[in-house]
Design a binder for this molecule. Structure first.
Ligand code: ATP
Ligand code: MG
Length: 568
């Protein structure tokens, strides 16, 4: 998508999935209310791709008076953990959704086993004792049919006996697998006698050691949906070829009105990776501080950074649901974040790179309290606060140039600017250290301009932000930026992987910025717009002794410009 959609046009759209569900309701197709599920594997934290799926599944249930289950697809004992279960539940609730039933595929192992036995009895499944390689070779290729292995003709009795002993734990890992007996020449490779169960003597985070035959994705997924009475099973496009086995299994298991699978496009976002496996690598290899590092595209990372759930939901609505994969520009997400915060958060003054300004004609020891607006006029919120003003201030280094170009309307020798909520000041002298670096500006202020305007009507173009040096609080500001320096981090030269595309400047820490003092007492997690700078939230590590702020997003997209300047 090229242009972020404006909020006016982001009213809920009927995508092809909602059309289908509306049709289900109208025709009474399933004889039950629409039922969806969100089925994460608890092997990592949820990311923005999952958020898209959550908004879709829970959204449909809410819109059509149906239900949405949370089902943990926990069929792999090696990678799953209860810490991920807890994180997933927290993140879904934070996004603003509540599930109807909470289920675990690992609770269905007995039921799946019953289906397995019934398939064996019908001659629709068999125990194969070949090696993994032999099984793979026996499948053939897209152009050649597979060939039956020596075990395909096993009798029902022998298959049942082996299956029962597999379950009883008599065999080591890899000794046998259970396969569906379908068609070794099927045009869809997945249908060439797919694996259903394999032996894994491993500790499962919920089942402990009491179970040792684990279902493969295809065997567990459709049947779990059917057990829960799901109507539409929404999944991403890469599962398109799995639809045949899905339908075969729910039919063979005897479900009437079984759920049907519908595929939609995965979310891929520029400048980041949406894959738990890759995100786990970033965490384990120490490229980020954890799953909730504010640079991570995880829901926990977004939350820590300061993004509000409203922004994620509105982003999901804006991108919609399509049948074709497409990358989404990160600008579309940043737009949603800014748009959400703009109407919600108060403005404050914070100077990121302080440069001292001394007002030579301002009385020593005098302090005034200037009235400042918390919200600009176009935000339907009001309120004012006071900010202290005195003889010594800090302004941002970027707001001063010794030899300014023509269009530079900020501070420069001899130039006059407006201080936000305050006086007009004129730079009269530039003080430098021995190395020639500017360390202080001497200015005069016009006592007649407290309103921000000159009584004689003289025009002053620029307005800059500032803080009172004696009153401002020191704070650490963490400037987060895109985690990768190119849109598709996987698009790297051969022999390299996505890690080589990491952006080395994705975190810049400013140890000693200066912020207006009033914020010191605000609770952790308060969001602000630092005027002229961006949106920020106080981090969970922030204390009244040491304030810490995370940049959520800048005020505008400065990325394109900086790439041109060669800074990124
Ligand atoms: P990953 O590759 O990151 O591990 P996954 O698909 O294996 O993702 P699951 O926990 O199995 O992760 O996914 C739970 C649900 O979230 C699935 O229904 C899946 O289709 C959906 N989902 C995962 N990633 C995306 C994505 N990028 N866009 C949309 N939906 C996604
Ligand atoms: Mg998965």
């Amino acid at each position: 998508m090229s242009e972020p959609t404006s909020p006016e046009s982001a009213t809920p759209r009927r995508d092809f999935i909602r059309e289908m569900v509306a049709d289900d309701v109208a025709t009474g197709r399933f004889g039950r209310a629409p039922a969806t599920r969100f089925p994460p594997e608890p092997n990592g934290f949820l990311h923005m791709g999952h958020a898209k799926s959550i908004c879709l599944n829970f959204g449909i249930a809410a819109e059509f008076g149906g239900k949405c289950n949370l089902r943990f697809d926990d069929t792999n004992p090696f990678t799953e953990d209860v810490k991920y279960v807890d994180a997933i539940k927290r993140d879904i609730r934070w996004l603003g959704f509540e599930w109807d039933g909470e289920y675990y595929a690992s609770d269905y192992f007995e039921k799946l086993y019953e289906v397995a036995e019934s398939l064996v009895r019908k001659g629709k499944a068999y125990v194969d004792s070949q090696s993994e390689e032999a099984i793979r070779a026996g499948r053939g290729t897209v152009t050649t049919a597979g060939v039956a292995g020596p075990d395909r003709g096993r009798s029902v009795e022998e298959n049942l006996d082996l299956l029962r002993r597999m379950r009883a734990g008599e065999f080591p890992d890899g000794a046998h697998v259970l396969r569906a007996k379908i068609d070794l020449a099927h045009p869809n490779m997945i249908m060439r006698d797919p694996l259903l169960l394999r032996i894994r003597h491993a500790h499962h985070y919920r089942r402990g050691n009491d179970w040792c035959i684990y279902p493969l994705y295809d065997f567990a997924h459709g049947l779990s949906d059917a057990i829960e009475g799901i109507t539409r099973s929404l999944c991403t496009l890469e599962f398109k070829d799995n639809r045949d086995i899905y339908e075969w299994l729910v039919a063979e298991a005897g479900y009437t009105d079984p759920p049907t699978q519908i595929e939609f496009a995965r979310l891929e976002l520029d400048y980041t990776v949406l894959s738990k496996r890759k995100l786990l690598r970033l965490v384990n290899d120490g490229h980020v501080s954890g799953w909730d590092d504010p640079r991570m595209p995880t829901i926990a990372g977004m939350r820590r950074r300061g993004v509000r759930p409203e922004a994620i939901r509105s982003f999901a609505e804006t991108i919609g649901v399509a049948r074709k994969d497409a990358r989404v520009e990160i600008a579309a997400f940043e737009y949603a974040v800014r748009n959400d915060l703009n109407m919600e958060v108060p403005r404050v003054l914070c100077v990121l790179n302080p440069l001292k300004v001394v007002l030579t004609n301002y009385p020593e020891g005098q302090v005034e309290e200037l009235t400042a607006q918390n919200y600009p006029h176009d935000v339907p919120k009001t309120g004012t606060r006071t900010v202290p003003f005195s003889r010594e201030l800090y302004v941002d280094r970027d707001d001063f140039m010794e030899e300014p170009p023509k269009k530079f309307y900020r501070l420069a020798p001899g130039r006059e600017v407006r201080l936000r909520f305050g006086y007009l000041i004129t730079c009269t002298e530039v003080i430098k250290d021995a190395a020639g670096e500017v360390v202080e500006l001497r200015c005069t202020y016009d006592p007649e301009t407290r309103s921000g305007n000159a009584p004689d009507g003289r025009k002053v173009q620029g307005t800059i932000h500032w803080v009172s040096a004696a009153h401002a609080k020191s704070c650490e500001v963490r400037l987060y930026d895109r985690l990768f320096s190119q849109p598709d981090p996987d698009d790297v030269p051969e022999g390299q992987d996505f890690l080589s595309a990491l952006n080395p400047h994705s975190l810049v820490v400013i140890p000693d910025a200066r912020i207006e003092p009033g914020v010191a007492m605000d609770p952790v997690g308060t969001r602000y717009q630092f005027e002229r700078t961006g949106y920020f939230m106080s981090d969970e590590e922030s204390t009244s002794e040491k304030l810490v702020f995370n940049r959520i997003v800048g005020l505008r997209d400065s990325w394109a410009k900086e790439v041109v300047k060669g800074q990124k």
